[in-house]
Design a protein around this ligand. Structure first.
Ligand code: UGA
Length: 451
């Protein structure tokens, strides 16, 4: 099929590369010409394991452009909207890029039936809004009374950064929100190889053992939009829940890791997203929980569980600094090394990263902060150069003369550091990730979260 992807962020790039790999002719459009120039050279604008190498595999069949005319919408079967929807200060999502995309698609529609798929995380009800904008814009641009032939579908994306390629090839489910039969049939065909899992696995991304099919859930548009928010909010709740239990574990002398394991073994609960620590960051959980609360407010509804999960999450960052202060007594003038700056491993993304709040708090309380990250330093320097943190290319530089260490991101290489050669100082293990026994054996006081 002919596919157009509008927006080349994580979701757009992964969708584009995967659909090309599955045999479609794909065009990726982005109004940012710098990104397009980079992509034309075969380089990904985002750091994501296996993305660039898979892009190399499909390069012949994927096109990049900033021009809607070149994107040839009249001959496109499916258009995906995968533009950014950042948070506004009131928690609502900023839909200006979605509107621009909808208007541009409408302007360029041809005679053929076109399926427009919203993959960006948009507030509940936005599918209808996109459809209305497109109709209005089409009429404004075609004054001969012609009727456009298109349908807007919601098919939310569930990939996680750092494992985005894997999640796109081997999803837990595919959701298609539409009551239009033609759209559902077309998407069933487009997603067919993923549903049947009958494509040859890319060399670097072997198919998980036993995966023979992926469930497809077809529902109405609004429910599909809600599934995305409800899923993210649930995962966020799980993390905040375990962090809240972790605080009590700390008081009563229990170990949250044992507790997590014990509750996760109950199949009704499941063991994932039960790691206590600094809580969630990234572009999704904070933004989506805020948007869900804001949507509920439009209906004069409170969301106390989600609001509490947010409060618990952001106070974990303060807790880490408090724990360090309790240990060192005086933070003023102390050299603190931060290990990791990205919001999670395998990404250079710093959106809502706990490292930023932790750095600010430490600096406010008078500490001198040096930070290392294996891939996020370019982003850190360009977006957070004024934070007052010294960013170090070598981990040894960050650790030099450190009087305390805070492990913020669980990059595997931090576990494998030559700890014997590092003078023992207190460590706040913000992800309960380091080998506590080994480090304590070497004389490092290790303070985990909820342990
Ligand atoms: C999340 C969801 O996992 C995806 O399913 C969803 O598609 C995506 O948001 C999105 O809406 O686009 P992502 O934010 O990339 O994906 O990363 P996660 O792996 O979910 O991690 C989010 C944060 O939670 C990270 O900061 C991580 O360190 C933290 N986390 C995760 C914990 O603190 N504890 C855990 O047990 C798991």
């Amino acid at each position: 099929m002919n596919v157009l992807i509008i927006g080349t962020g994580y979701v757009g790039m992964n969708t584009g590369v995967v659909l090309t790999y599955l045999g479609n002719r794909v065009t990726c459009l982005d109004v940012n010409e710098e990104k397009i120039a980079l992509l034309k050279q075969g380089k990904s604008p985002v750091f994501e394991p296996h993305l660039e190498e898979t892009l190399q595999l499909v390069r012949e069949n994927i096109k990049f452009t900033s021009s809607y005319a070149e994107a040839d919408i009249p001959n496109t079967d499916v258009v995906f909207i995968t533009v950014g929807t950042p948070s506004l200060p009131d928690g609502n999502a900023d839909l200006r890029y979605v509107r621009q995309a909808a208007e541009s698609i409408a302007e360029n529609l041809g005679e053929k039936f076109t399926v427009v798929v919203n993959k960006s995380t948009v507030p509940i009800g936005s599918g209808n809004w996109v459809e209305a904008i497109m109709h209005e814009h089409f009429q404004n641009n075609h004054n001969n009374g012609e009727k456009p032939d298109f349908n807007v579908v919601s098919s939310p994306e569930f990939l996680a950064q750092g494992s985005a390629m894997h999640d796109s090839f081997y999803p837990d489910r595919i959701v298609v929100g539409s009551q239009c039969e033609r759209s559902v049939e077309r998407l069933q065909e487009l997603f067919g190889p993923l549903l049947r899992q009958d494509f040859p696995a890319p060399p670097a991304l072997p198919r998980p053992e036993g995966l023979t099919e992926v469930p497809l859930l077809v529902c109405d548009l609004t429910s599909a939009e809600m599934i995305k928010y409800a899923a993210n909010a649930f995962l966020a709740l799980k993390i905040s829940y375990v962090n809240e239990i972790g605080r009590l574990a700390n008081k009563v002398g229990a170990d949250i890791q044992a507790v997590s394991k014990g509750i996760g073994l109950d199949k009704r609960i499941g063991n994932r997203f039960l790691n206590a620590g600094l809580g969630w960051g990234g572009s999704c959980f904070g933004k989506d929980t805020a948007a869900l609360v804001a949507t509920a407010r439009d209906y004069r509804l409170e969301m106390p569980i989600i609001e509490s999960a947010r409060a618990v999450n952001y106070s974990q960052r303060v807790l880490a600094v408090d724990l360090l202060q309790e240990k060192l007594k005086i933070l003023k003038g102390k050299h603190v090394a931060l290990l990791g700056f990205s919001f999670k491993p395998n990404t250079d993304d710093l959106r809502d990263a706990p490292s930023i709040d932790i750095s600010k708090l430490l600096i406010q309380r008078g500490a001198l902060v040096r930070a290392h990250d294996p891939v996020a330093l370019t982003n850190a320097r360009s977006h957070y150069g004024n934070l007052g943190v010294v960013f170090c290319d070598e981990v040894g530089e960050a650790l030099k003369d450190a009087e305390a260490i805070v492990l913020v991101t669980e990059w595997p290489e931090y576990r494998d550091l030559d700890w014997e050669s590092i003078p023992p100082v207190p460590i706040i293990d913000g992800r309960n990730f380091l080998d506590k026994d080994q480090l304590e054996g070497l004389g490092f006081p290790v303070i985990g979260i909820g342990r």
